[in-house]
Design a protein around this ligand. Structure first.
Ligand SMILES: [Zn+2]
Length: 464
């Protein structure tokens, strides 16, 4: 079980008269994450993740992996350093390279600290023995750090110079098959975002430096968002104004149905998908042998989710000025338990109830999902304030009322700041419901992917 007294939790106290630059206040999630000691700023534009926030990152990774595996993904790891030579071959060093981190080894050979891995993974496929059409599709993904020397890194984790990405690269025999992969993987993306229970929108996007024929972005809606999105309420059209060159050139009527019911919202991009075709496989010579034994370029797609960005953006959308709020599946802990203060007259009897409660909770949600705030030198009020700012889905207080002879009561605080006085059995019931809700979110995925896999199996005649 996790003990609050043992946590490395370097809270930051901002002096009352401190001058805070307005730009630093634009993101409330970043402000809370820093003040609460979940994240520390490293050198300009990089961040140190402290233990509480690391739990959320690990949970996010697990959830993304479940969905990638369900979409036929296989996990790999590619080096952070990619030879610059590969990027010369695809022409991507000819454009603006000011955002790339370039390093040289002792022989003078140049490498990129990769912002993305199309070249690296495609070169790997090219160097593999001739791949047969029978081995396709392949959907390879990794989760690791990416680097971009942002001119303006801001909003903390939302736009950092080093960030955590899940990137998947797919290889198919034809554009038709690649479209099928695109549909399967984007369905997994939508499932992932639904599991976070946050409003998101998928928009048509500009392909930018990736190139390729088709591209979509996933956005959380937030005023902090740097993109302006168009949403039609008459049809299902949604697009990024980037597609039209700039915001001013964006149409005032829906490009799809011509209706005038087109609204503009700000979005935070959290994921991006591309149908790449042979843009990378051709210059890098990544081929497969077709049914007549002739080599043909592999048809590719690539699919990114910004792990740290998803978390920062979710917190930005859900949190209040004073309190963090987490998607249920990503909260660092499910339940926080606060016991009596040391030296209070109810201490001994309340502690007996507290320990019995902790045992029962561990049965319901697992000891690993419990945070026991046993800093008994602090008042209940002080610890409750910390718990509420951290935004635990459920916080249970075992105080004086728990020891009264008639109708003993515990306090249950939800992350919506709702306070209930309940009997132990009722509290356990609500914790059980919370766990069941989480299980349902995960379960819905299993059912959907089983039926998707059956459909694909019919299509390709084999299982991935
Ligand atoms: Zn429309």
């Amino acid at each position: 079980m996790n003990k609050a007294s043992r946590l490395f939790w370097p809270t930051l106290v901002t002096p009352k008269n401190a001058v805070v630059k307005p730009t630093e206040q634009l993101s409330r999630s970043q402000k809370l994450l820093t003040e609460l000691g979940l994240v520390k700023a490293g050198s300009n534009g990089t961040y140190q993740i402290m233990p509480i926030a690391q739990r959320t990152i690990d949970k996010c990774i697990q959830l993304v992996q479940r969905n990638m595996q369900a979409a036929g993904g296989q996990k790999i790891s590619l080096p952070v350093l990619t030879p610059a030579q590969l990027w010369k071959k695809t022409g991507r060093l000819d454009g603006d390279i000011s955002e790339f981190y370039m390093v040289r080894d002792r022989s003078g050979k140049q490498f990129l600290m990769s912002p993305t891995h199309e070249e690296a993974v495609t070169a790997m496929l090219a160097s593999a023995a001739p791949i047969s059409y029978r081995q396709l599709p392949q959907r390879l993904y990794q989760i690791g750090p990416k680097f971009r020397d942002e001119l303006k890194s801001r909003f903390g984790l939302m736009r950092a110079k080093e960030f955590l990405m899940k990137d998947m690269y797919s290889f198919d025999v034809s554009l038709d098959a690649a479209r099928q992969t695109y549909a399967t993987v984007t369905a997994a993306y939508e499932r992932f975002f639904r599991q976070l229970e946050l409003p998101f929108v998928r928009v048509e996007a500009a392909s930018g430096i990736m190139g390729g024929s088709q591209s979509h972005e996933y956005h959380f809606i937030s005023p902090v968002g740097e993109d302006t999105l168009l949403q039609c309420s008459n049809c299902s059209y949604a697009g990024n104004t980037e597609v039209f060159g700039n915001e001013a050139d964006a149409p005032s009527t829906c490009p799809s149905c011509q209706s005038a019911q087109l609204s503009r919202v700000r979005g935070v991009e959290v994921a991006h998908t591309f149908l790449l075709g042979d843009k990378y496989s051709k210059p890098l010579g990544a081929t497969f042998l077709n049914t007549s034994g002739k080599p043909e370029p592999l048809v590719m797609g690539c699919f990114g989710i910004g792990i740290t960005r998803v978390i920062a953006a979710a917190l930005e959308v859900l949190s209040t000025e004073q309190q963090l709020r987490w998607p249920k599946l990503l909260a660092p802990y499910d339940v926080c338990v606060i016991g009596p203060k040391a030296g209070s007259k109810e201490q001994a009897s309340a502690e007996r109830i507290e320990h019995e409660l902790l045992n029962q909770l561990a049965q319901i949600c697992g000891a690993e999902q419990l945070l026991h705030d046993e800093r008994k030198e602090l008042t209940i009020g002080k610890r409750l304030l910390d718990a509420q700012r951290l935004g635990h889905p459920l916080t249970i207080v075992v105080g004086a009322k728990a020891t009264q002879l008639e109708a003993p009561k515990l306090e249950l605080h939800t992350s919506g700041s709702e306070k209930l006085e309940l009997e132990v059995a009722e509290v356990l019931q609500l914790v059980t419901q919370h766990e069941q809700h989480k299980q349902q979110l995960l379960q819905s995925q299993l059912e959907e992917t089983n039926s998707e896999q059956q459909q694909e199996q019919k299509r390709f005649g084999h299982v991935h």
